[in-house]
Design a binder for this molecule. Sequence first.
Ligand code: KIV
Length: 323
Amino acid sequence: MQRAGVFWKWCRPVWRESASVKGYDLGKKGCVMKKNRVTVPEVMAAKGKRKLTMLTAYDYPTALLVDQSNIDMILVGDSLAMVVLGHEDTLSVGMDAMIHHTLAVSRGAARSLVVGDMPFLSYHGSIEQAILNAGRFLKEGRAQAVKLEGGARVVPQVKAIVEAQIPVQGHIGLTPQSLAQFGGFKVQGKTADAARVLIDDAMALAEAGCFSIVLEGIPAPIAAMITEAVPIPTIGIGAGPHCDGQVLVIHDVLGLFERFVPKFVKQYVRLGDSIREALNRYREEVENGVFPGPEHAFSMNEEEAAKMEAPKRKKVRTAGGGR
Ligand code: KIV
């Protein structure tokens, strides 16, 4: 321990920095310690004790940033389809794309629990298909859990996936995969009858073995009732402040998705504006010959350079027959 401490005291700061980036922390006396990942039992135990945090991520650099911000869970959401791949809704993304992005996120997440979102039609065909697809998220994507949408109607799938030792997060309310049935992105559970169905759905999912449930786009008082009724954490998105935790799409939080901003989103920064400003400056500097400057170029030994003769420009025949 003592020797490791001395070693780390003397190593370059950038090295020490990369140790913490890659999932290792400098403990007391500077020795290297593996960061502990948030676990499913820890998420369950947080109910009533502390608020849980969750954000989406779809790639390695974003996962690193979310992980370094001590967010409990990273959701590789099927919102990938909209905010990264440019689709109208979440329906068009398939299993292979979800696994590809989940693996990239897993490479960046050392501490946050990674949840892979099961895409439309990946758990609707048969129980066997649901188990195999859920398993791919853990086996190939290196996630620690999966999420799927629906209430009582998906209980058989949830039970079978949990039986296969794969932790499941439920998702009810304004579930985007049911967009066609809902007739748009509409808040759910607004009548007493509809709210009762949501409460029953949440209880059924908890009984089926879900370790937590996302509540999306439902009135705050109903989310509070569900949170009170179920023994597992509720993670709200557009479901008010009484849930056990909150989740948002990271492109919304950072101001990177500008097509529309839902009412429940809080933009903490407008990165879209900053990025456009930076890219315009880059274009202007290239056009005006300001970039690259001497500090960005590689020099050459003057004697060697003097031996070089400038090559003559060759004539190039273009498709149009001209020069
Ligand atoms: O896909 C997603 O990002 C989600 C969240 C909105 C909960 O399901």
